[in-house]
Design a protein around this ligand. Structure first.
Ligand code: MG
Length: 350
């Protein structure tokens, strides 16, 4: 019997819809256009998902072009255990393109776990830790819809809500969320929608309404001076998301933010996410683990690292109307992994 010696990379569009139109400060959409990534070796197949965002300078066409070039050049090599070496090689060929790289590494980690017959978090030595609870995101919409979505989230048993901001009616949004969820812990994500002055003023209003922290109040390319100004004037902690892609960004932002948001689509996969998490910890910053709107492939990959975070925002698949996969499952506040090998993701039966 001949054995396949090269890792084979294939990919296809993964188009999905959200339950409600999902709005953030950059825009609103019901369509989710990601890319399904597959890596085959021998009889094993690993699955990954690339979730590109225009505000990270990626799109489905850029992801497909990058994956095509890696596939044609045999960039994945012939060793299914050489994850770090492979990811370094991909990094060397191309900067950025975090979503495309994340899709490849998810598939490589899944493949390795399936060959070993073991879940990814156990291979990484991360089992036995209790991850924090995940929040559920209330996107930007009109106020009646926001109140309705909040009521639904409370009814569905979510324990923490994350509220999207960056509109001309941010205070009203918080009032309507609070009306429907008077006592749930809240956090806020402005997706870069505020000036430093607005951010400081809003932080006091948010503190009075029991909000824990603010994610990305300022523009992605805001100066360190502006970040420092906001952190010094703010009534609650400040986290950087879009401004913190990888470990060197945490080092750059140390002292001017309280924490960073880690996402596989930004770091370019699990290996770089671990580096960012450990760098942030070493610099005394808090860590939130988040995701894009992704299927259960992306959310499950993130869940395998989730025990290392202080805060979790892993609701991406729960926003979908037609998640084609089964993986980590939401249970009373927590994302729970199966004990299947690799990522533990299987096509949804229906
Ligand atoms: Mg964010």
């Amino acid at each position: 019997m001949s054995q396949q010696t090269e890792l084979k990379l294939t990919f296809e569009p993964l188009n999905m819809r959200t339950k409600h139109p999902f709005g953030i400060s950059y825009g609103t959409s019901s369509d989710v256009s990601n890319v399904l990534v597959k890596v085959q070796y021998d009889t094993f197949e690993g699955l990954g998902e690339a979730a590109p965002a225009a505000y990270h300078s990626e799109s489905v066409p850029t992801v497909i072009a990058v994956l095509k070039s890696w596939s044609e050049s045999g960039s994945l090599g012939n060793d299914p255990f050489a994850v770090e070496a492979t990811m370094r090689r991909l990094d060397k060929t191309l900067a950025g393109n975090g979503a495309a790289k994340a899709g490849v590494e998810m598939a490589l980690q899944d493949l390795r776990g399936k060959i070993l017959g073991m879940p990814v978090n156990k291979i990484l030595g991360l089992s036995g830790l209790l991850p924090p609870m995940t929040d559920f995101t209330i996107g930007i919409a009109d106020l009646d819809m926001i109140e309705k979505k909040t009521e639904e989230a409370v009814k569905a048993g979510f324990h923490i809500l994350k509220v999207k901001q960056g509109t001309s009616y941010d205070k009203e949004i918080i009032r309507r969320v609070r009306k429907a969820a008077p006592s749930l812990p809240l956090r806020v994500d402005a997706n870069g929608g505020w000036t430093p002055k607005q951010a400081i003023a809003m932080s006091h209003f948010l503190a009075e309404n029991g909000v824990e922290f603010i994610e990305q109040p300022l523009h992605k390319f805001a100066s360190l001076e502006d970040w420092r100004l906001v952190r010094n004037g703010a009534a609650i902690p400040i986290f950087a998301d879009e401004s913190c892609m990888r470990a060197p960004d945490a080092a750059r932002l140390a002292g001017v933010v309280d924490g960073v948001v880690v996402k596989l689509a930004k770091t370019g996969g699990l290996s770089e996410a671990l580096k960012l998490i450990h760098t942030a910890r070493a610099l005394d910053m808090r860590v939130m683990f988040g995701m894009m709107v992704e299927s259960s492939i992306g959310v499950t990959a993130a869940t395998h690292l989730s025990a290392l975070a202080d805060y979790l925002d892993l609701d991406g698949a729960m926003l979908l109307a037609d998640d084609p996969y089964d993986g980590a499952i939401y249970k009373d506040g927590y994302m729970v992994l199966s004990d299947r090998p690799g990522l533990g993701v299987i096509p949804r039966a229906n």
